[in-house]
Design a protein around this ligand. Sequence first.
Ligand code: SIN
Ligand code: FE2
Length: 217
Amino acid sequence: MTPALFENCDERSTGREELAPGAAVLRGFARPHAEHLAAAIAEITARAPFRHMLTPGGQHMSAAMTNCGPLGWISDRNGYRYEACDPLSGTPWPPMPGSFAHLAADAAAAAGYPGFLPDACLINRYDPGTRMSLHQDRDERDLTAPIVSVSLGLPAVFLFGGLSRSDRSDRIALMHGDVVVWGGPSRLRFHGILPVKEGTHPLLGRQRINLTFRKAA
Ligand code: SIN
Ligand code: FE2
């Protein structure tokens, strides 16, 4: 352990940590915006409620999901895809607040991806015990754009693997306000979330919320 690593505690909670070529964690990057994000998420989910989507195999997903933006990621018996309308209401997903797109673009730029213009924001809710198994994000047409993932609320352990499912995964603790960006040579890395531990977060209560920004079309 290098003493220099711990000389400045702020450095630990606000710095940029490289995970792999093209992938980084931006510690605390979204923290200044967390209250605004939480309020906007409450408005979005009042219009497009969280729901447990069905996998093509007929299982309910562990995380509850909704979307905002021109396109939303969905899963059902027919597979995984992006749709402009919420299948629950038949109307377009709530618009992506300009502040969301700005935050995502700023985070992408800080990680080396200038000019990121997301057209989809998947919102995942993890109650304690909820997990997400290892998967690749590969339903997007444009794989040159990165994925920008914002963590809010309860902490979680992020699994960041390789380009094959059987590759070893790193385990990264993600806290409220942390942002992970992966693109370029890491764009198709497998990733997932271990079961979220029981707890109560001062802003969000008994849940973890994750926003993933994508360029889907
Ligand atoms: C995802 O892969 O869509 C979610 C990752 C996370 O919850 O951090
Ligand atoms: Fe993912």
